[in-house]
Design a protein around this ligand. Sequence first.
Ligand SMILES: C[S@@+](CC[C@H](N)C(=O)[O-])C[C@H]1O[C@@H](n2cnc3c(N)ncnc32)[C@H](O)[C@@H]1O
Length: 208
Amino acid sequence: MINELVAACDRFNQARPWSHNNHYHRWILRQLPTSIDTALDVGCGTGDLARRLAHRATSVVAVDRDPTVIAHALTHAPTNVRFVQADVLDLPEDRYQAMTCVAALHHLPLAPALTRFRQWLAPGGTLVVIGLYVPATIVDHVWQAAAVPSNLLVSWAHGHDTPTVAMTAPVRQPTTTLAQLRTQVEPILPGAQIRRRLFWRYSLIWRA
Ligand SMILES: C[S@@+](CC[C@H](N)C(=O)[O-])C[C@H]1O[C@@H](n2cnc3c(N)ncnc32)[C@H](O)[C@@H]1O
């Protein structure tokens, strides 16, 4: 039932220029320092967040394993953004002051990915994840249901914005509940703040 509602919302959104992921970009930027040395965006899709990070960061690496989205991202690449087509887990060791990962963590093996993120985050650096989860509790279902009218309102309000192409990136259904996620994240990123969010998403913040 909820999947049908989400699909209906996606169709409504596609008729208007809006993405559940891009909705969180401004919030993500507020969690990051105003001036960043190097940033990494994991699963960057067509690069909307990387382009926003480029206004803050000296240099941005934006990685996605899908050649089609990277080809599209490269058509609008600021000089300080390096779009890389690769599996993020194959990237060479490096250090980043800010790392972001929007709607992509559930595409990755969770523990190896989080371990790699922790290794790559510079001391004092910030990791911000917006992810998808499987609803399991009554509270989850209430939030998921509340997202439907909110989606229609926000989508209607965004109706005259510039169209986004972010929704063309490959998608996958999540397989982890919030409780499972918390259990698996805590040993790797102790003290990470995980919060349920609107639009079928959660946020995770961890400061190294
Ligand atoms: C749902 S899309 C989200 C794209 C973008 N972050 C956004 O907010 O619109 C998930 C992206 O993660 C990418 N991805 C999946 N597994 C990956 C991996 N192992 N390494 C790099 N990118 C990956 C997919 O190709 C896809 O573009």
